[in-house]
Ligand binder design. Structure first.
Ligand SMILES: NC(=O)c1ccc[n+]([C@@H]2O[C@H](COP(=O)([O-])OP(=O)(O)OC[C@H]3O[C@@H](n4cnc5c(N)ncnc54)[C@H](O)[C@@H]3O)[C@@H](O)[C@H]2O)c1
Ligand SMILES: [Zn+2]
Length: 355
C-alpha cells in the first residue's frame, strides 16, 4: 500500500535511482522482467538506470500478449528466477505494459511467499491504471484475471517519454481508461480531457504528463481508502461490466480492452440517460470525443444477441442470481453504484445503444 509513485517526463534515470537507493531493506539483487518489445524500446535505458544506482541487473524475458498471461508463464518465470539465484531479498522490476506487470507482480507475490517489486510502466494504459493499485493476476481458461493476489509494488516510476514509440492502437486503448478516470474524478480533469485529442497528447506536451499523473493519483487515492475493494474502489469498474462482455464477445483482435471500456462507458451513459440520471448532452459529448479520437462507438460486427450478452454479463465477478451491480454516471465526479439490476434488461439496453 505504501507504493511511491514517481511521475514525470525524462525522469527514468533519476527517479529510479532515487527509489532504489531509498529501499529498506536493501535488495540483494535486481531482476528486470520485460517483454521483447519493451526490451527493444526501453530495455537499455532501464538497465543503465539500475546500474547507475549501483546494482548489477539480470534481465528476464516475459512473453508478449494477453494470451500468455498464464500460470504456465508465471511458473516459467519463477523457475528462471530461482535458477538465476533469486532469494527472499531480491527485487523484481516489471518493465512494460499491464500484461507484464500483472504477470511479474503475480510471481513477486508468490515467490518465497512474496518478494519486493517495482513497476516501470511503458504503455498509457499501464501508467494510467494497471501499474497502480497492487492487483496482480494471471488468466485461467475460464476467464481473465481469475487467479491473482494483492501485492503492492514498492514504487511506480512513470516516465511519459517512454510512450513515444507506442503504437496508435495502444494509445486508443489507454484513452478508454483515461476517459473512465476523468468521468470518475470530476469536472476539472474531465473538461481538460474532452478539450484535447490523442494526436495532441502523442506529441507529448505537458498535458500528457499531467493527465497520466492525475489518473494515477486518483486511482491511488481510492486504493488507499479501500485497498481490497470492499466499497469505494468498486467505482473503478465504471464501464467495465458492459466492456468485459463486449470484449469477450468480439475477441481481443477486434476490440482491445480500453476500446471495450470506451464502449462500456457509452452504454453506462445511455442507460443513465434512459433512467433520467444524467443529461443526454453528457452522453453525446463522450460519444463525440470517442469518434474524434478514432475510438469505436459501435460494436465491431453484428451486435451479439440478447441471450449471448446476458450470459456474458452474468460472468462478471460481482453478478449473482441474474442480477448485476452497475455504476451509472450522473455527471463528471458523481457516479451511482446501483445494485441488483436485471441482467436481461441490461442486455436489451446494450443492443439498443450499440446497434
Ligand atoms: N492490475 C490492474 O489493476 C490492471 C488494470 C488494468 C488493466 N490490467 C491488465 O493490463 C493488461 C493490458 O495492459 P496493456 O494495454 O499495457 O497491454 P500489454 O502489456 O499487452 O502492452 C501492449 C503492447 O505494447 C507493447 N509495448 C509496451 N510498451 C511499449 C512502448 N513504449 N512502445 C511500443 N510498444 C510497447 C507491448 O510489448 C505489447 O505488445 C491486461 O492484461 C489487463 O488485464 C491490469
Ligand atoms: Zn480496465
Amino acid at each position: 500500500m505504501d507504493t511511491k509513485f514517481v511521475p514525470g517526463r525524462g525522469i527514468l534515470r533519476s527517479g529510479l535511482a532515487t527509489r532504489l537507493k531509498a529501499l529498506r531493506p536493501k535488495p540483494s539483487q535486481v531482476f528486470v522482467v520485460m517483454d521483447r518489445k519493451a526490451e527493444e524500446v526501453v530495455g537499455r535505458k532501464v538497465v543503465l538506470a539500475v546500474k547507475d544506482a549501483g546494482w548489477d541487473v539480470t534481465v528476464l524475458l516475459a512473453p508478449i500478449g494477453e494470451a500468455r498471461k498464464t500460470m504456465e508463464s508465471a511458473e516459467r518465470l519463477a523457475s528462471q528466477l530461482v535458477r538465476q539465484g533469486a532469494d527472499r531479498k531480491s527485487l523484481l522490476i516489471a518493465v512494460g505494459g499491464g500484461v507484464t506487470s500483472d504477470l511479474a507482480g503475480f510471481v513477486a507475490a508468490n515467490l518465497f511467499r512474496g518478494i519486493s517489486w517495482g513497476v516501470i510502466p511503458t504503455t498509457l494504459l499501464s501508467m494510467a491504471d494497471a501499474s497502480i493499485g497492487g492487483k496482480t493476476a494471471v488468466n485461467l481458461k475460464e476467464g481473465k484475471n481469475l487467479f491473482g493476489a494483492f501485492h503492492f509494488p514498492k514504487f511506480v516510476v512513470s516516465d511519459v517519454q517512454m510512450l513515444r514509440t507506442l503504437p496508435l492502437r495502444e494509445w486508443r486503448s489507454g484513452m478508454g481508461e483515461v476517459l473512465k478516470t476523468a468521468m470518475l474524478s470530476g469536472a476539472g480533469m474531465y473538461r481538460k480531457l474532452i478539450n484535447t485529442t490523442t494526436a495532441k497528447l502523442q506529441r507529448g506536451g505537458v498535458e500528457l504528463g499531467e493527465l497520466v499523473g492525475q489518473c494515477a493519483r486518483y486511482k491511488q487515492k481510492l486504493v488507499r481508502r479501500d485497498p481490497l475493494e470492499g466499497g469505494e474502489r468498486k467505482l473503478l469498474n465504471l464501464g467495465h461490466t458492459f466492456g468485459h462482455a463486449l470484449e469477450t464477445s468480439a475477441g481481443p483482435r477486434k476490440l482491445g480492452h480500453g476500446e471495450a471500456v470506451g464502449l462500456g462507458l457509452l452504454c453506462a451513459l445511455e442507460m443513465s440517460v434512459e433512467q433520467d440520471l444524467c443529461r443526454a448532452s453528457y452522453a453525446s459529448e463522450v460519444r463525440e470525443f470517442l469518434q474524434q479520437n478514432g475510438m469505436k462507438t459501435r460494436f465491431p460486427g453484428d451486435v451479439p444477441s440478447k441471450r449471448a450478452l446476458e450470459k456474458l454479463l452474468l460472468r462478471d465477478k460481482k453478478a449473482s442470481r441474474g442480477r448485476l451491480d452497475l455504476i451509472l454516471p450522473v455527471k463528471p465526479g458523481t457516479n451511482l453504484l446501483v445494485q441488483g439490476v436485471d441482467a436481461s434488461e441490461v442486455a436489451a439496453g446494450m443492443r439498443r445503444y450499440l446497434g
